[in-house]
Design a protein. Structure first.
Length: 201
């Protein structure tokens, strides 16, 4: 096989795997030890895992990077335990939530606002300023309230999925979400005219 043919074959394989990045075939390939499948799984989910971690950890980028690495290490070693009883994303978010809890325990304190990135300067675009404002407000919530808000409005999980990720009843999920939204609405009130989703005006 020529070098050109070999590269074409590898490209076709990458495309085939990319098309099933969240499907049963990719998960099965990972469970069989397919390193290329693991690479595709990592590429498909790394950004969302990092985003969830950085918001959950109050903007601590170094900690979020450590958590992201830890999560995919756990995926690599525990993928055989995934039975398909829930969506893969739900199983993955559970790993992220647990890794974030472990990180917070290591820190032995709630993340201080002092660890957040500096506020956007006046020259930055309005979108950047809004993201920083939301991130700051989220960082001020307790971890359990913050996780509920992130899973619902950033990851778009259902209440059933959230209950599985957070390992608590749906009623508890609803209560945490309600309290989290109420606190966020108060914190964000000066910076936005419309109420936060879920909050009445």
């Amino acid at each position: 096989m020529s070098e050109q043919d070999r590269k074409r074959t590898e490209t076709e394989r990458d495309v085939a795997i990319d098309k099933r990045t969240t499907g049963e075939e990719l998960i099965a390939a990972c469970q069989q030890g397919d390193r290329e499948a693991f690479r595709c799984l990592f590429e498909a989910h790394k950004d969302r895992v990092y985003s969830m971690a950085i918001y959950t950890l109050g903007g601590d980028r170094a900690a979020a990077e450590d958590v992201t690495q830890e999560v995919f290490l756990r995926v690599f070693t525990r993928i055989g335990q995934f039975r398909g009883e829930a969506e893969f994303a739900t199983w993955l978010y559970r790993l992220v939530a647990n890794a974030c809890v472990d990180e917070q325990r290591r820190q032995k304190r709630y993340v201080s606002l002092d660890t957040l990135p500096e506020q956007a300067s006046v020259r930055r675009e309005e979108e950047c300023e809004t993201r920083e404002t939301v991130r700051t407000a989220l960082a001020e919530l307790s971890p359990e309230l913050r996780s509920a808000v992130l899973l619902k409005y950033f990851e778009d999980l259902s209440y059933d999925e959230m209950a599985q990720v957070l390992d608590c009843p749906k009623g508890t999920v609803a209560s945490r979400l309600h309290r989290g939204l109420k606190l966020l609405a108060r914190k964000l009130a000066p910076s936005q005219e419309k109420p936060f989703p879920g909050e009445s005006s």
